[in-house]
Ligand binder design. Structure first.
Ligand code: P6P
Length: 351
């Protein structure tokens, strides 16, 4: 029998990472980090998949037992938020590949405990993004970002994480949907792996994802429309005018309100995802967090041929001022992101 051509065999994540290491795209320490995060995501997938049968739905209870537990974002934590955070912390403590971790669910970053060896990387994550969708059985996900720890740091603190998104050495998410998929970039393309539950391993199912440069699909929460700034109002007005307006084509809208699911859709078939600044919370620059939501998603999108801005400048060039800062997000099909950004830049230069 003729053996299958080398590329016809499904590659496991491990084989893919070995080949990337051989290509010089990552070193053994970073490979271990990615494999540990992927293994933690498999455990989160099992917990999420149990739903009501796992006894982990609903709000986490505050330590004192009275009322819901509230995180640093001021949001009620779900039991699965806390569980997912613990799974990622425990999985990454002993490996020796990290100098510290930061999470949406933790007020401050944490150095690796003294009991374990320390490595050269910093891991940031949103352990379970979109968790308000858990209770209504909608896809949610884990988002992660990897930075290098600056040289000669004895004890990692928040300030060591404050690097622009262009400094990321790897980024990815795991989406817990009808299938569980890990989408990953090491700076050489964006690649998708599907969890084979029988083997318990991620299998490469899409190498080098490409986002179409044009799109007819936008994702935004329209209920905030009256709170947007003028260029945002103008841009969406023209989208809604469709073929009868200046854009000359009709658009469709999707909003899952789970960033991982909305971004996975546009990575797969194109689209633009927007969470703009709004005057509902004028003190906050939008709702999404720069370090562990916008930056990793922007790297994945750019590596797939898309674009990402904060409405004015490239998102990966935004210099962070604090760990949990928020940022307006425009990302997806390159031409559409450029068009939405043009409305903002033109408006600014005219005022
Ligand atoms: P809204 C989920 O809570 C999240 O952080 C993102 O996953 C999602 O894109 C956004 O907020 C949804 O926000 O205001 O539409 O509920």
């Amino acid at each position: 029998a003729v053996s299958p051509a080398p590329d016809s065999t499904h590659r496991s994540l491990t084989r893919f990472l070995i080949e990337e290491q051989r290509a010089g795209h990552l070193n053994p320490e970073l490979r271990l980090l990615i494999e540990v995060v992927a293994r933690a995501c498999k455990r989160i997938s099992v917990a999420v998949g149990k739903g009501a049968l796992g006894g982990v739905l609903g709000d986490a209870v505050a330590a004192g037992g009275d009322g819901a537990s509230i995180n640093v974002q001021g949001e009620a934590q779900k039991k699965l938020d806390v569980l997912s955070n613990e799974i990622l912390l425990e999985a990454n403590a002993w490996g020796g590949h990290l100098a510290g971790l930061a999470s949406e669910e933790m007020d401050h970053s944490q150095p690796i405990p003294d009991a374990y060896p320390r490595g050269n990387y910093l891991l940031l994550f949103d352990p379970l993004d979109g968790s308000s969708n858990i209770d209504v059985n909608v896809s949610v996900g884990t988002i992660f970002s990897v930075l290098r720890c600056p040289e000669g740091v004895a004890e990692v603190g928040d300030q060591h994480f404050l690097q622009a998104g262009r400094e990321q050495v790897a980024a990815g998410y795991c989406i817990y949907g009808p299938s569980t998929m890990l989408v990953l970039t090491l700076g050489h393309g964006t690649h998708a792996f599907t969890l084979d539950r029988e083997q318990g391993s991620f299998v490469l199912t899409q190498r080098a994802m490409r986002i179409p440069e044009e799109t007819r699909e936008f994702a935004i929460n329209m209920s905030n429309q009256r709170h947007w700034e003028t260029p945002m109002q103008d841009y969406v007005r023209d989208l809604l005018a469709g073929s009868e307006g200046p854009r000359g084509k009709d658009f469709n809208m999707r909003w899952i309100a789970s960033m991982v699911a909305d971004v996975h859709r546009l990575l797969t078939r194109g689209g633009i995802f927007i969470y703009p600044w709004d005057r509902k919370d004028p003190g906050k620059a939008g709702k999404l967090r720069l370090m562990y939501e916008a930056n990793p998603m922007s790297m994945l999108v750019e590596q797939a041929g898309g674009a990402a801005t904060d409405g004015r400048e490239r998102l990966l060039d935004v210099l962070p001022g604090q760990l949990h800062q928020r940022v307006p997000v425009f990302l997806g099909s390159k031409r559409e992101v450029e068009e939405a950004t043009r409305y903002h830049v033109t408006h600014d230069s005219a005022t």
